[in-house]
Design a protein around this ligand. Structure first.
Ligand code: F6R
Length: 607
């Protein structure tokens, strides 16, 4: 979480920092701040809330331009969202911004307090700043202080620093958290992601852990323990387009609406002559042929997409799969057999727990495959292989197209693995590829039914709690449906395996409690319906999302939403669109902040 942008050059630091922070706002938006410096003076500007508030404050510096500056957008870890806790922090001769968590900050704080340091915030970052100040000596280069601090600090961090006496320079170091150096036509940049660099810098260098970057208005140097080196520049392929919402009321709705056309654009690069083809991802077909077991590791919605992936992989490729929540993976601990493939699924490619899981699996000799949206992200770079989901930038905090494209890619990859290991022939594979491609027409139909979903949202939006129930793969969709509803409309939604409810949880059903059932499988339909009826008999207000598996569909529940499509795949993807729109409509009717829900950030870069 937290976004960092730094700049040194001939342009306007104010402009660059504010534009960069706008792009980085998805990483946290409870406060923002900036630091600007020139030969004569410096300014620290901080505000609670969004970057737009910071912009208003920075406007007050009108008429002043600065060649050097940095900015920060915060997702609170230590200390509530407030102006005091916002970055930058300045202690003595050092000013910094920080992304990450310093685990031993209390111990350091106690030590520094004894030698006279006082603190204005509750943050671990201010403590790190004081530590740097305590090590910074006038007659020594700032790198000495940074390396001293590096030895003491435990945790994850990306820092950008300014040191008194070095008005033209910025310094940066990282461990665990991402930070990139960029080179543009008018100076040098530091940023938490490549997207924030893309409007300004066509070349980048990803800092290696332990290296210190020093940028000035004319130069960029990398200090290593063995001396100073020049960065080896890579091309920044990301083209950030400030398209705005294109007339939609929210980014989430825009992104939901992009999904029909994404089906083909996401998959077509991996299909050749009607068959799955992952040459573009440089996959080793030989290594994959030997795979005996698959671990899918991810967080949140990406973990829910992984559950769908498990189903597709087991059904098509007949390889046993286990799905792990990334924050638990290292502690389960997983059992690796020879030829285990570990698939990391992540939209941002920067989720700290997923990165740690990838490193854990790699260190133990396993092959790793990233299924990632963000190009150039840590997971994309460090996994042995990477398949991009090609969803384009996702700006709404709640993922929609990110999740859908993960499910699509996992489906195609499952067909690829089954063909590669000769479990199916080319004809079957082609037919499965056609099946998945055809879901675009189906979901377009579902999109056109937003009004129907809006009407259903009216029925549930005021419920304090709600249940989603389903069996088999439908349960995996329930998990996603419940998460979407919780995160943007703040309804306490729980997903339950339909048959499990009566083993305790059914006692929570009262008159009017909404219970939403998902049924995309004809085979499981009757059983799911029985479970739904069990809740109805206890007063639940029941809603069924289902394929047309009975002639009396409208008599089963209080409300029935007939999914579009005929094939299982069409019903699944129609349901995905429906659950997204239902959550969106609930949040809209409740007046919630849809694109930036409270307490959240898009990229979770702390464990
Ligand atoms: C929910 C949501 C999150 C993410 C999760 C993983 O709408 O967006 O649950 O899916 O934080 O993020 P990535 O995919 O970036 O690793």
């Amino acid at each position: 979480m937290c976004g960092i942008i730094g700049y040194t050059g001939s342009g306007s630091a104010k402009e660059k920092i504010l534009d960069g922070l706008e792009i980085l706002e998805y990483r946290g938006y409870d406060s923002a701040g900036a630091f600007f410096i020139d030969e004569d003076n410096f300014h620290i500007v901080k505000t609670k809330g969004k970057v737009s508030n910071l912009k208003d404050e920075v406007k007050k510096l009108e008429g002043q331009e600065f060649p050097v500056g940095f900015g920060h957008t915060r997702w609170a870890t230590h200390g509530e969202p407030s102006r005091e806790n916002a970055h930058p922090h300045k202690v003595g001769k050092v000013t910094l911004v920080h992304n990450g968590i310093i685990e031993n900050y209390i111990e350091i704080k106690n030590r520094l307090s004894k030698i006279g340091y006082t603190f204005n915030s509750e943050t671990d970052s201010e403590v790190a700043c004081a530590l740097l100040d305590s090590y910074f000596k006038e007659n020594a280069h700032p790198c000495v202080a940074i390396w001293e601090a590096e030895r003491v600090l435990i945790g994850s961090y990306a820092f950008v620093f300014s040191f008194e006496g070095y008005k033209n320079e910025l310094f940066a170091i990282r461990k665990g958290s991402p930070l990139h150096l960029g080179r543009g036509s008018d100076g040098f940049y530091l940023a938490s992601d490549l997207t924030a660099l893309s409007p300004f810098a066509k070349e980048f260098y990803t800092l290696k852990e332990g290296e210190i970057v020093e940028i000035s208005t004319s130069d960029a140097k990398i200090h290593t323990k063995n001396g100073v080196i020049s960065p080896i520049w890579e091309k920044n392929e990301i083209r950030y387009q400030k398209t705005g919402k294109l007339g939609y009321s929210h980014y989430m709705l825009k992104e939901i609406n992009e999904q029909p056309s994404l089906v083909r654009s996401c998959l077509s690069g991996y299909i050749k002559n009607g068959l799955p083809n992952f040459e573009k991802a440089n996959l080793s077909y030989d290594a994959l042929e030997k795979i005996k077991r698959i671990h899918l590791v991810a967080c949140g919605s990406a973990m829910h997409a992984s559950l769908l992936g498990k189903r597709f992989l087991e059904e098509h490729a007949k390889i046993p799969c286990e799905v792990f929540v990334a924050s638990e993976y290292r502690y389960s601990p997983p059992l690796f057999e020879e030829n285990t493939l570990v698939i990391l699924v992540s939209q941002s490619g920067e989720t700290a727990d997923t990165i740690a899981s990838m490193r854990y699996a790699k260190d133990r000799g396993n092959l790793t495959l990233g299924i990632i949206n963000a190009p150039g992200s840590t997971l994309a770079k460090e996994s042995d292989f990477c398949i991009y989901t090609e969803a384009g930038a996702e700006l709404a905090v709640a993922t929609t197209k990110g999740y859908l494209t993960q499910a699509l890619v996992l489906y195609l990859f499952s067909v690829f693995l089954s063909l590669n290991s000769k479990k199916i022939n080319e004809e079957n594979a082609k037919s499965l590829v056609c099946t998945i491609l055809s879901v675009d027409t189906t979901i377009r139909k579902t999109l056109a039914r937003q009004k129907e979903l809006s009407r259903l949202a009216e029925k549930i939006k005021n419920a304090p709690s709600l249940f989603y129930i389903g069996r088999g793969l439908d349960y995996y969709l329930c998990l996603e449906g419940a998460l979407k509803l919780k995160e943007i409309s703040y309804i306490n939604a729980q997903a339950y395996e339909a048959g499990e409810l009566k083993h305790g949880t059914i006692s929570l059903i009262e008159n009017g409690t909404p219970v939403v059932a998902f049924a995309t499988s004809e085979m499981l339909f009757e059983k799911t319906v029985s479970n739904l009826k069990e809740t109805k008999s206890r007063g639940a207000y029941t809603i069924l999302f289902s394929g047309k598996f009975s002639n009396d569909m409208d008599k089963i529940a209080d409300e029935c939403f007939l999914l579009d499509g005929n094939t299982r795949e069409e019903l699944i993807f129609s349901l995905i669109l429906s659950l997204q729109l239902l959550a969106y409509e609930c949040a809209l009717q409740k007046g919630c902040e849809i694109d930036r829900p409270r307490n959240l950030a898009k990229s979770v870069t702390v464990e």
